[in-house]
Design a protein. Structure first.
Ligand code: A3P
Length: 283
């Protein structure tokens, strides 16, 4: 059985799984971006797979949806270089760790944000059911880890704030999970406009249908996925990803005290954030 230290290591003070080798993380700055690369950015469990699925349907020409840029070992750079089509590249990296060439080339980036309380609950389940992540025990223990940013990819707050601080450098498009659920049509339209893809209303409706939670969950059973080439890469068990897909589940987990602690930290950290105005934050 793997021990926690086999599964997690720290890089720049951030916990990464050992699926992201230290050598790869060190060499990321040598990564050669292309002007037409598109980044799908998220803190884990914010709806990355959903966004990725929408992207696949938006392009009619062949594109390659890669595994996250930070997953794998040093051979990743060469593997990415060998891709002969347009690349859609997911990442959970904070802005400061993003390879500089993406910034220099001003690549398009779409960042999906989910309210942090539901994100925390979703990540809790992911930890619990995923043998590639350390055992975390009870919700209360995990809750403290989440607040302190001691979970994979570090602090939710630092992640989002790092991307917000540099939002204009790459013209990042920010999307909100809850708004996408409420009005997927509007969100898909927004993405297609951002990417300069022309779509008529019927085509957009079709994409919304194909990427609904129920449709994607149903399709999970039919797919065989290779963990080295999926959006997540921490599991080949897609059932871990399409769990509930709801808004507000956190209410069944947070105690009154935990909720107060969370709100206090949120208010302190997000005080000056413009994005916070659009986040579906529930007290
Ligand atoms: P839950 O664990 O709350 O169910 P990610 O893709 O970033 O790992 O995020 C996974 C979360 O997004 C899971 O949340 C999953 O159910 C939800 N999700 C995946 N596809 C979705 C869809 N098409 N619509 C809504 N939520 C979706």
């Amino acid at each position: 059985m793997s021990t926690d230290s086999d599964l997690i290591h720290f890089f720049n003070g951030i916990p990464f799984t050992t699926r992201s080798s230290a050598e790869l993380l060190k060499s990321l700055d040598a990564f050669q971006a292309r002007e037409d690369d598109i980044l799908l950015v998220s803190y884990p469990k914010s709806g990355t797979h959903w966004l990725a699925e929408i992207m696949k349907h938006l392009y009619t020409a062949k594109v390659t949806l890669t595994s996250p840029i930070e997953f794998g070992d040093v051979s990743k750079l060469e593997e990415m270089d060998n891709i002969g089509t347009k690349r859609i590249i997911p990442t959970h990296l904070g802005y400061d760790m993003l390879p500089g060439d993406f910034k220099a080339k001003k690549c398009k980036a779409i960042y999906i944000i989910r309210n942090p309380k539901d994100t925390a609950v979703s990540l809790f389940h992911y930890y619990k059911d995923n043998p590639n992540l350390p055992t975390i025990g009870m919700w209360s223990t995990y809750f403290d880890m989440f607040l302190q940013g001691q979970v994979v990819c570090g602090s939710w707050f630092d992640h989002i704030l790092s991307w917000e601080e540099h939002r204009n450098e790459m013209g990042t498009l920010f999307l909100y999970y809850e708004s996408m659920k409420k009005n997927p049509f509007k969100s898909v339209r927004k993405i297609s406009s951002y990417l300069g893809i022309n779509m008529n209303d019927n085509e957009i409706h079709e994409i919304c249908k194909k990427t609904s939670f129920s449709e994607m969950k149903d399709n999970v059973e039919k797919e065989v996925s290779d963990p080295n080439h999926t959006v997540c890469s921490l599991t080949s068990n897609r059932r871990l990803i399409f769990r509930k897909g709801t808004v507000g589940e956190w209410k069944q987990y947070f105690s009154t005290k935990q909720n107060r602690l969370f709100d206090e930290l949120y208010n302190t950290k997000m005080n000056a954030s413009c994005l916070a105005k659009n986040i579906h934050y529930e007290n």
